[in-house]
Ligand binder design. Structure first.
Ligand code: HH2
Length: 269
């Protein structure tokens, strides 16, 4: 997968009972497979499989439970899906088992600070890694997020995370950065980040954003989580126009059409 040309789409597949928008829908591996195949047909470039919700207030699940949820799905998909698979986890054991089944990207919302041995595993297997900014933990992050200088603090955090990754043998080309929309951010913080996404260009890594169906979109346009597609597309448009490389989304087809149009407008080859 080449980054830096067309905007890439990462389709979200949560095998959890409680994810904020697709929780409970894909606990059956057969239904998860159907959803994955659909996202592939609709134009996803990567599939991100998660077994623990990180919605505000969520608590951690055990390694055993996370593996019980995602491994049967990953085993099925690695035989049937042509696009790369990513695992949304911060746990070394979970990432290790997923990589053994063919996963080639680790999406770590803790940016390697929760489980430091994860860095060595990623270095050894040369998988791609997403390092995301979060203030606090999912259990606490939305209690009172505050920053003296939002952009600089998020940028410094991502810079330090990428340096830690490189110090542990992960090469520059493996690293993707993410400012972490909704992870320890007020509505104002999310808007400021979206407005200034090109601030992160100087970090010199591809940028991924997860805007899809996030609650700040719901707060701005009204409506519950099932009615956030239009707002998600508006937010994604702003991100694409700022040069973001990867969109993490639930509604693949709609975002694919959006990227086709905006990438043509921006003359990306
Ligand atoms: N958002 C969520 C989960 N993982 N990873 C990255 N890199 N960026 C994000 O913005 C991001 C993420 C939350 O969304 P979702 O997976 O749909 O919900 P839940 O955490 O409730 O499973």
């Amino acid at each position: 997968m080449k980054l830096g040309f067309e905007t890439k789409i990462m389709g979200v597949l949560n095998v959890t009972p409680d994810s904020f928008s697709d929780g409970g829908l894909y606990l059956d591996p057969g239904l998860a497979e159907e959803c994955a195949l659909r996202m592939q047909i609709e134009g996803a470039h990567i599939l991100d499989i998660g077994g623990e919700s990180s919605r505000p207030g969520a608590f951690m699940v055990s390694t055993k439970e996370e593996l019980r949820r995602i491994l049967p799905v990953i085993k099925r998909l690695s035989k049937k899906i042509k696009i790369p698979l990513s695992v949304d986890t911060y746990k070394t054991e979970v990432a290790k088992a997923a990589i053994q089944e063919g996963v080639s990207m680790v999406n770590d919302i803790f940016a390697l600070r929760k489980n430091k041995p994860l860095a060595k595993l990623i270095a050894r297997h040369k998988t791609a890694v997403v390092l995301m900014h979060m203030q606090g933990t999912p259990a606490t992050m939305q209690k009172k997020p505050s920053y003296k200088n939002l952009l600089q603090e998020v940028s410094d955090y991502l810079y330090n995370a990428s340096r830690f990754a490189r110090d542990n043998g992960i090469s520059e080309e493996q690293i993707i950065l993410d400012p972490g929309f909704g992870f320890g951010k007020t509505i104002g913080h999310n808007l400021a980040l979206l407005h200034e996404l090109d601030f992160f260009e100087k970090l010199n890594h591809p940028l991924l954003v997860g805007l899809s169906r996030k609650s700040f979109i719901g707060h701005l346009i009204g409506g519950d989580v099932s009615n956030r597609l239009n707002g998600s597309l508006a937010a994604a448009s702003a991100a694409i126009l700022s040069g973001v490389h990867i969109l993490r989304v639930h509604d693949v087809l709609a975002h694919k059409e959006l990227t086709l149009l905006l990438d043509a407008l921006m003359d990306k080859k």
